[in-house]
Structures are given as C-alpha cells and as structure tokens.
Design a binder for this molecule. Structure first.
Ligand SMILES: Nc1c(NC[C@H](O)[C@H](O)[C@H](O)CO)[nH]c(=O)[nH]c1=O
Ligand SMILES: CC(=O)[C@@H](O)COP(=O)(O)O
Length: 163
C-alpha cells in the first residue's frame, strides 16, 4: 500500500514482540541529514519503546546510502547482532545517479542479509523531492525509521523462535 494511504508509524503494540532479548545495529547515512536524523530518532525510540536495552543498540554513521551496504556487512562480521537497520534518504537529482544508487543499495543490503543469514532492514527513503522525504520522516505519512525498527524486532523474534 502506498505510504500516502497509510501511516508508516501506525502499529498496534500488541502485535509487536518484545525487543528486550535482542541486539540491534543501526547504520545511518549522513547525506540529507535533516531527514536521516529524524529516521534515526524514530528507529531508536521505537526500539526502546518496545523493550530494547540501550546497551544492545550499536549505532554508526556513514557518508551516504551507498556506504550502508559495507557498514552493515562490517557490523554483522564484527558484532553479534540479531538485526541491522539501514537508514538513508536518496533524493532524485538532475542525473541518473539516483537510479544507480537506489538499485545498488537495495540489492546490496539484501545480499548482506543473505550472506550473514540475518535480517538487514531497508529503511531508505527514495523520493522525488525533499518534501516527500520530510513527509516520511516524522511528517504526515509517519516515520520510515519507526517502520524499519518494528520490522527489525519482528524479524529478530521470528528468527529466535526458529532456533
Ligand atoms: N545523492 C545521494 C547520495 N549520494 C552519495 C552516495 O550514497 C555515496 O555516498 C557516494 O556515491 C560515494 O560512494 N547518497 C544519499 O544517501 N542520498 C542522496 O541523495
Ligand atoms: C541520488 C544522487 O546521487 C543525486 O542526488 C545527485 O544529484 P545529481 O543527479 O543532480 O548529480
């Protein structure tokens, strides 16, 4: 369902498992920091609100969304984590660079998750303009950071229950 038809932050807390047992990584891109900072706050606060311990959340910043791929791989290689949340904001410019970045980041993040058999959550806004990004990072359409955190909790819980 398109974001404008739903609020990215509408969740029934009765359907979200406790995050207490799990360890999370959050990787956030510095490009479009006015947006990604809000995504980060949404993700971090959603993890805490659902029981995650502060000491079980490791956060790192990278230059741009393209670097989310390597950072997620490094985190999963060097830390024992249950899920990694990747947060970024890619906004269309004048050239086709947007297309290459978005395709690379989507495929790259998916491949890191498969490499490590761990949930790596795609919390990257890919918008036509800044307004669309602001609407989805704490604006009228909610916060994709919230959505990414809830997804990470659900995936970590699913994996835990299959052990
Ligand atoms: N234009 C945007 C970028 N571009 C930078 C790339 O992500 C990358 O850092 C660079 O190509 C060096 O590898 N990144 C975003 O996150 N958002 C953009 O709108
Ligand atoms: C997604 C990008 O890299 C893009 O914002 C860069 O802008 P431009 O295509 O005008 O160089």
């Amino acid at each position: 369902m398109a974001s404008h038809l739903k609020n990215l932050s509408d969740f029934s807390h009765t359907t979200v498992p406790s995050a207490e047992p799990f360890k999370f990584g959050i990787v956030v891109a510095a490009w479009n920091a006015d947006v990604t900072g809000k995504l980060y706050e949404g993700a971090y606060q959603s993890l805490i609100a659902n029981g995650a311990k502060e000491e079980n959340i490791i956060s790192v910043e990278v230059a741009g969304s393209y670097e989310l791929i390597a950072a997620a791989d490094i985190l999963l290689t060097r830390r024992d984590l249950d899920a990694v949340i990747c947060l970024g904001c890619v906004i269309q410019g004048e050239t086709r660079h947007f297309d290459f970045i978005c395709d690379a980041v989507g495929n790259g993040i998916a491949n890191v998750g498969l490499k490590h058999t761990k949930p790596v959550i795609f919390g990257v806004l890919t918008t036509d303009n800044l307004e669309q990004a602001l609407d989805r990072s704490g604006g009228k359409h909610g916060n994709k950071g919230d959505e990414a955190a809830i997804t990470a909790i659900k995936m970590a819980d699913m994996a835990h229950n299959l052990k």
